[in-house]
Every structure is written in structure tokens, then in C-alpha cells.
Design a protein around this ligand. Sequence first.
Ligand code: CO
Length: 297
Amino acid sequence: MQNYKKAGEVVAKVRKHLKNLVNPGETLLDIAETIEKMIKDEKAEPAFPVNLSINQIAAHYTPTVEEQTTIKEEDIVKIDFGVHIDGCIIDNAITIDLSGKNEKLLLAAKDALDVAVQTIKAGVGDGTVGKKIEEKIKEYGFRPIKNLTGHLIEKYNLHTGIDIPNYAKEDSYYFKEGDIVAIEPFATDGEGRVIETPNVEIYSIVGGGKLRMRSSRELFGKLLLKYKGLPFARRWLGGMLKTNLLISASLRELVQEGCLHPYYVLKEAGNGLVSQFEHTLLVKEDGVEILDGEFTF
Ligand code: CO
């Protein structure tokens, strides 16, 4: 538990700087790299690449190594980042609304997270939590994104396969004391679901396979050793093989052979704006502890 607590403290510390970092004109690459550096300066590691998903983009966007995209005056910026210490992962997210015109959209996701935090304790079902989240978001006149979910976390495992829905459904999982769970409501004025775009910059190892290229086998070995199954960014891999071309070709084969899971950038199906807030919780007999600390805004 000690490492989860320490990772949570790092998250809380880094999160305090986000509002100063995310300003019009800043490049996404600078923001992502600054956050990742702050994490390493605390003697911790990013549990996955910093996700900077803007406006109608809901999740899985991280800049490329040569990305020039900057923050615009009216952007809604979701910053989803994770910290791990020895595989003990804390996941969290906030949304920054630079225009100030989308306060209700942000509150919908933030209050939904609060209600979930108040609801979860040992014995409570996942669908019951989803119902509370959906009701709160709808109170504000928005929709939850139904195909994005919270998730149980285990050591070196960001998503154990147990999903916590953001809408009402029948209970199928009941929280246990000691569970580590990330809750992340997404609110939108669009359709309430995300679709995949063709873009992918984040991957994780999901299994072995028959690899024809020697470079793919070499890259696979290095990725397994370095990230141990946690998600990584394409921009992190410079220098892992002799050339960039070789890295790209090897990544392609690793995806084709089912060795890597590609995290496609997800956008709102109805082109709605999207807000998101996320905490990682430790489930106790009579409630939860917020491992990454309360939001201070
Ligand atoms: Co998460």
C-alpha cells in the first residue's frame, strides 16, 4: 500500500501545476513532456503517456515527437495522467475550460465523480455506481459517455478487465475491501459514445506471437523489459532500434501479430464537447480513500 500512497502524493503534487501549464499558445508536446518530467523528478514513473484530449476528442491522444499543435483560446483540455512506483499505479484526470463557457459541462463530470466517491464501499455493485454517475450527469442536461468506463487496477495492470460503467446497468461486480479502482465519468453534449479515429500513438504489450522480423523481436523484448505491459507512447521509443523507420515497421508487425494493443484516439460520435474527471480510490469497508487526494479547485 505504501507505493500506492506515494504515487498518489506525486499525482497530487503534479496536478497542482496543471493550470499554470495549460495556456493558449503552449504546445501539447511541451505540456506532455513537462508533466512526464515532473513525475520522474519525484522518483516515480509515468504509468502511461500523458493524454491531452481536446474538445471533441475524448481519450488516448498524446502528441507525437514532432507535434506542433498548440492550445487554443477556447479549448476544453482533458489531462489524464498516471504515476506508478514499482507497478503501483495511480490514475487521474481533470478538465480545464479555457473559455470559461463550459462550466456546467465540467461540473457534470466532476459532481458525478463526487457522487461515485460517496457511493462506493465494500459490497456496492458496479451498476449502482454507474446509475449515480448517469443521474448526476443528466441533472446537468448532458449525457455520460457509455463506452468509456472506470476500471479496477492491479500491480502493473492498469485495466484488470473489470469495468465500472458510467451509466445504469445491472450489478455484475461488487466492490471488495482493498480494491484499487479508477472512476472516470465523461460528460458530453453529443451522442454519449465515442468512436475510434485512425490515429494511434499509444500501445501496450498484450501477448506474444510469431514475429518474422528480427527487429520486431528485439523491440518486443525491450518494450517488455522497460514497460512490463504498461502503455507507452511512440514518441518514447526514439533510439530503441537503429532507425526510426525500423521502429515504425516493427510496431506495425507487432500490432498485426496481436502482440501490441493500439490505443486509437477516441472522439465523440456526435462531435460533442467532452469533459472528464478521474480519481483512484482504495475501497474500504465503509467507504473509500481518494489515493490521489481531493481536487483543490
Ligand atoms: Co483511467
